[in-house]
Design a protein around this ligand. Structure first.
Ligand code: TEU
Ligand code: CA
Length: 546
């Protein structure tokens, strides 16, 4: 297996709006990131993945782009962006940008032209029909919006302000490739391809079968992993990525492990994808559906199976990527660990899991200090379009407010979008102004400054494991993964090996003590400092030499 920087990279995901505000307007920005490069260096990460920073009316925090070639005013200027790129490169950190190819903002000039008349040359850039089908948008309500000016409906898989681009129309694809190359030519190091698995829609737009009480049905069987996805990606590779040393990773909901050979590889547009099944575990078998109780009871054995299945699939095609959270899901420590009594040990457990998995690792901002869900009790505190749509619909249907708020508190994407907690200073040192979204009040105890000076802190533990992963990349990045006792919900034991040696990782997944016989393996570290014989303490993680 050939060694590549993007295989060994630990990628730190920055949600710019909430990372660091440099000018006191309450919104994180590019100059704020420049100010914090020392922090990224001290963490030991190799690359930054930046959520969208392009011009946008911000209905969906930058995922609704109105100009692919400009920087969002709130985040700064193109000069700031150029400076960020060179400042990162000067410190040996690569920059991966977010690439949104499925849709634009409804304020994009293409869409403004497209909706102006049925004969406009840009009409075919989007998907127009004289009659809608029954697809439900992933962000609530019908996926088709009637547009009075021309008396037709346009498709939007996400918010109505995010009309889907018509990939079936070759001139549109050419425009996109031109844009992708324009960014690549600036010297960036790769792309995370947003919602890339939904760009190909079934040409007949068939009605979905599972019709709900709202008269709508998921259209996902007809637009996720659609009929021309592989073909479009191949063209994208030939036109843009071929011959460039870049990281590419696709956000690929609805892609099955068996699809990998078709979609990923060194000579494909996607070198890797983010599998999402572990992100959907606590949503229950039919996903995040309106009115479903959340969280759905899940088991660690399911989580382990998911990793096992995808690891095997990636050993046949492409390259694995692993993550425990991002800007679209609640905080990993609140979901998979414990944000109460066992906050620290469970944070260290998740750190151990994240940094001993094969493949490229993605660490979401704030997880390295154990930032937790926001637990905002009032709808006024929320900003996310998905959450607000959900709430509006629940109120329309007369649902119990307390019940709905409980779901939102546990599930909202805003849980992961509160400002980065730098210190216990006012506004957590994130801004001198009024933050665009409230801070998590626990910033007074959970913050970078406090953990910097503490050798036993979660931050120190992350740094230590990041160093260890780099030192032992042959094993921890490239080595085999052998899972033991897949069915246990209490312990997760796996070996990472290369040649004759390697590591055994032992995770106590529970808040209880667990019996554990270590045999003759040599202890390298326990997440809790000292290790006892015969048992593991709550959430203890250990690494042995084997
Ligand atoms: O997310 C696409 C996606 O698959 C989401 O539907 C995801 O499952 C959902 O957010 C979970 O609640 C990407 C971006 O990551 C997300 O932030 C954007 O809102 C979305 O695309 C639209 O661009
Ligand atoms: Ca700002």
């Amino acid at each position: 297996m050939s060694r590549q920087w993007w295989k060994e990279a630990i990628v730190y995901q920055i949600y710019p709006r909430s990372f660091m505000d440099s000018n006191g307007d309450g919104i994180g920005d590019l100059r704020g990131i420049i100010q914090r490069i020392d922090y990224l260096v001290s963490l030991g990460v190799d690359a930054v993945w930046l959520n969208p920073v392009y011009r946008s009316p911000n209905v969906d925090n930058g995922y609704d782009i109105s100009d692919f070639f400009s920087i969002m005013e709130e985040f700064g200027s193109m000069e700031d962006w150029e400076e960020l790129l060179s400042a990162l490169h000067a410190r040996g950190i690569r920059l991966v940008m977010d690439l949104v190819l499925n849709h634009t903002s409804d304020q994009h000039p293409w869409f403004i032209a497209s909706r102006s008349s049925r004969d406009d040359p840009y009409r075919h850039y989007y998907i127009w029909r004289d009659r809608p089908n029954n697809w439900r948008s992933l962000f609530e309500g019908p996926a088709w919006e009637y547009d009075e000016a021309t008396g037709e409906y346009y498709l939007h898989v996400f918010a109505r302000e995010q009309p889907d681009l018509n990939w079936a129309y070759p001139p549109l694809r050419e425009e996109l490739y031109r844009m992708v190359n324009w960014w690549l030519d600036k010297g960036i190091d790769g792309f995370r391809l947003d919602a890339i698995s939904v760009i190909s829609k079934h040409p007949d737009f068939p009605d979905g079968e599972e019709v709900g009480p709202d008269g709508l049905a998921p259209g996902t069987p007809y637009f996720m992993n659609g009929p021309h996805l592989g073909e479009y990606l191949e063209e994208l590779y030939r036109r843009c990525f071929h011959g460039r040393d870049v990281l590419t990773v696709g956000e690929c909901a609805g892609v099955h492990p068996d699809d990998l050979p078709h979609l990923v590889g060194d000579d494909k547009a996607l070198k890797s994808i983010f599998f999402m099944d572990h992100m959907f575990l606590d949503l229950g078998p039919d996903g995040y559906r309106f009115g479903n109780p959340y969280p759905y009871p899940w088991r660690w054995s399911q989580f382990k199976r998911i990793v096992h299945t995808w690891y095997r699939a990636f050993s046949r095609a492409g390259w694995m990527s692993f993550y425990l959270g991002n800007h679209d899901f609640p905080r990993c420590i609140s979901r998979f660990g414990c944000d109460g009594e066992y906050w620290l040990p469970s944070g260290k457990l998740l750190a151990t899991l994240l940094l001993t998995m094969p493949g490229t690792i993605y660490l979401y901002q704030g997880d390295e200090i154990g930032m937790t869900n926001a637990h905002f009790t009032s709808i006024e505190s929320y900003r996310d379009v998905e959450t607000l749509n959900y709430y509006r619909r629940a109120m329309e249907e007369g649902r119990d407010t307390g019940e709905v708020m409980a779901e939102i508190m546990a599930r909202s994407r805003d849980n992961a979008r509160t400002p980065m907690q730098w210190s216990s200073a006012p506004h957590a040192g994130f801004t001198t102004g009024e933050p665009w979204i409230p801070l998590n009040p626990n910033y007074r105890t959970i913050n970078v400054a406090r953990q910097e000076s503490d050798r036993d802190s979660l931050l120190s533990y992350y740094r230590r494991l990041i160093r260890m992963r780099k030192e032992h990349a042959d094993v921890l990045v490239y080595g085999d993964l052998l899972m033991r006792d897949l069915d246990s919900d209490h312990l997760w034991v796996y070996d990472r090996t290369a040649g004759h040696g390697g590591f055994r990782i032992v995770l106590n997944l529970t808040p209880e003590e667990q019996e554990w016989e270590e045999g003759d393996a040599a202890l390298v570290l326990s997440s809790l400092g000292d290790a006892e014989t015969g048992r593991l303490r709550p959430y203890e993680a250990r690494i042995y030499r084997i």
